[in-house]
Write a protein that binds this ligand. Structure first.
Ligand code: SF4
Length: 388
């Protein structure tokens, strides 16, 4: 139930052993109750808080009237990925932060309402399409992550002939290889891609622009414009000793093995992902939490996240931090890694860290971590995931 503003989740006892989506979202009754709380404010600051400019007030009004088709169409005027955004947008820093009901400590759960109508559309099986007649101008969108999907859909709605090129075998980019099933089910991404196809976008997978064909090749084939949305696929490392040891992953590699290659279903799927009994994840964003919670579900008995600042500065969503703590992930604050330590066979056996204190704010506006020399200490680990 939605009493007290809480969202129903699958039982905690199941969560550690399943990649099923954790949050169950609103039932119809809960969605209607939440929509009724909306004050339908005259100036609706929630709309300005939405980076996509969704008419939040109006789609909530339509939900109140049980006009769910109208509500999803209203959202899609501004946002082609409602099932995704209703789940993974940081609404608490955007539309919900702007909601006047923040003054009461209980803003409207706009993201959950968006998700509700997106899922309603999925369940009814009728996806509205707004395909227009083509202008017969070919445009190539390179990379099918959220930016590419959005650009392709918008251009197609404007009548361009859009080809969406994806290097991997499945479209979706970071939505499929980066975000785990327990936060964003793959069938939701597939549904969004189906909708974008229904707008007339031609999706071409296993096609690496620059290798399969160059931009010049595509130009010769009649493409008039290119939108390059290839994301941030390269991992970043810390530059500390021991990062080449067996058992050290970049978050990109770890999550790709788990999410895209379904490593958690080995041997049914042939991409094993090894975690030992003690995993340490370095970082403080959503990606770090995705890694930690995936490691737990892969059978790791102790998972820690180490972060160089405090919980207050953590960039991860509060909801994900709460979920991780409920699941038993241990959070270590004001800690920075110094060296990853090897056993005799080149495997990770421990990590040496140093404790920090917070100093003055840096260019990000957050207080800078200042290492406290002499506070070094060692933590045992057999898997390290770098998620910075
Ligand atoms: Fe409703 Fe909040 Fe937007 Fe006002 S600011 S219209 S209460 S969602």
């Amino acid at each position: 139930m939605n009493e007290g503003g809480k969202i129903t989740k699958i039982p905690l006892s199941e969560r550690k052993a399943t990649f099923r989506e954790v949050s169950l979202g609103f039932t119809e009754k809960e969605a209607l109750k939440e929509a009724q709380r909306c004050l339908q404010c005259k100036n609706a600051p929630c709309i300005k808080g939405c980076p996509a400019g969704i008419d939040v007030r109006e789609f909530i009004r339509l939900i109140r009237n049980k006009d769910y088709r109208g509500a999803i169409n209203k959202i899609k005027e501004a946002n082609n990925l409602p099932g995704v955004c209703g789940r993974v947008c940081p609404q608490e820093e955007q539309c919900q932060l702007a909601c006047v009901l923040n003054k009461t400590g209980s803003p409207i759960k706009i993201g959950y309402l968006e998700r509700f109508v997106a899922d309603w559309e999925l369940q009814t099986g009728s996806i509205a399409s707004h395909h227009r007649v083509s202008k017969d101008i070919k445009v190539a969108v390179i990379g099918s992550g959220p930016a590419g999907l959005t650009c392709a859909a918008d251009l197609s709605r404007e009548g361009f002939s859009v080809y969406l090129f994806e290097g991997l075998h499945i479209p979706g980019g970071v939505l499929v290889y980066g975000i785990p099933e327990f936060r964003l089910p793959k069938d939701i991404v597939e549904r969004e891609v189906s909708y974008i196809r229904s707008l007339g976008v031609k999706v071409i997978t296993n096609f690496v622009v620059g290798k399969t064909k160059t931009l010049d090749d595509l130009r010769r084939e009649g493409f008039k414009a290119f939108f390059i949305s290839v994301g941030a696929g390269f991992p970043r490392f810390l530059g500390i000793p021991g990062e080449n040891l067996n058992g050290v992953y970049s978050a990109n590699e770890f999550l790709t093995r788990v999410n895209l290659m379904k490593g958690y279903l080995f041997p049914e799927y042939h991409t094993p992902v090894r975690v030992g009994q003690k995993t340490i994840v370095i970082g403080g964003g959503n990606v770090a939490f995705d890694c930690a919670r995936s490691a737990l579900r892969l059978g790791c008995s102790e998972v820690k996240i180490i972060y160089r600042r405090t919980k207050r500065e953590m960039p991860a969503r509060d909801e994900e931090i709460d979920n991780a703590e409920e699941e038993g992930i241990i959070l270590e604050f004001l800690v920075s890694p110094r060296e990853i330590i090897s056993d005799r066979e080149g495997n990770v056996k421990a990590i040496m860290c140093i404790r920090n204190k917070l100093g003055e704010p840096d260019s990000s506006g957050r207080r800078r971590p200042v290492p406290q020399e002499g506070s070094e200490f060692v933590m045992e680990a057999d898997t390290i995931i770098v998620a910075i």
